[in-house]
Design a binder for this molecule. Structure first.
Ligand code: URA
Length: 230
């Protein structure tokens, strides 16, 4: 949320007072004085006016994990290992997954405690592409790209998928870019042509690309630059 809106939503300031506080550089966000009314205040930002704390920021945490096959995108599971089991971090209950992957799908998984940030990444409205490397059982026909660009009808939800981009890499491999994350979306899009997906790997979510140095099962914190890009 913009800092001016954040402040005017509080009972102690009206819009004019907020303008003045910002102009006088009496507002700090995470310790930095701000005068720009558009400055972003996040769920975990520490916001102060003079020395009074208005929102006590909790440290936001962001991780990139290379999800291996055979683990569940959930915070707990009675049968299988979960992606959170792969993290050696405190207070894991506070973390959530930004964009789940199926049990056997591999690749980029982002884990955070910042709900606003993960929503920006996953909401179709922000149109951030999720890019998958896809392997199929049958040849991928020339008609697929046009169909995916137009949208595939999903009867169960009674909706048509948003336009997606398909780049053919070989007769049975392709790169697919989608902006939504419907249940089993990629498999169901290829399922429209009765073509089974036999390998699925997420390479990218918006500006964030899976770090090639991470082996399946490994993770690392995001850099400040990566966090800011979303
Ligand atoms: N689409 C799928 O079908 N499965 C995934 O894991 C991700 C996208």
């Amino acid at each position: 949320m913009r800092v001016d809106r954040f402040l005017s939503n509080l009972p102690q300031f009206n819009r004019q007072q907020v303008r003045l506080l910002l102009a006088e550089r009496r507002v700090t966000v995470d310790g930095v004085a701000v005068s720009d009314p558009h400055h972003d205040v996040r769920e975990f930002s520490l916001v102060c006016v003079d020395d009074a704390v208005l929102q006590a920021g909790k440290p936001a945490r962001y991780f990139m994990l290379h999800k291996p096959q055979g683990c569940v995108s959930a915070t707990s599971d009675p049968q299988h290992p979960t992606v959170l089991d792969l993290l050696d971090e405190p207070d894991k209950v506070e973390l959530h997954i930004a964009g789940r992957l199926d049990f056997n799908t591999t690749g980029l998984m982002l884990i955070t405690n910042d709900g606003q940030w993960s929503r920006r990444l996953t909401q179709p409205q922000t149109k951030l592409p999720k890019v998958y490397y896809v392997q199929t059982e049958q040849d991928i026909g020339p008609e697929y790209a046009a169909m995916f660009a137009k949208g595939v009808y999903f009867a169960f939800e009674d909706l048509t998928t948003q336009p997606a981009e398909l780049e053919l890499l070989s007769s049975r491999t392709a790169r697919l870019s989608i902006i939504e994350g419907r249940y089993h979306q990629v498999k169901r899009m290829f399922g429209y042509f009765d073509n089974k997906v036999i390998g699925l790997h997420r390479e990218r979510m918006g500006p964030l690309v899976l770090d090639a140095a991470l082996a399946p099962g490994q993770y690392r914190p995001l850099t400040d630059e990566e966090i800011r890009q979303v």
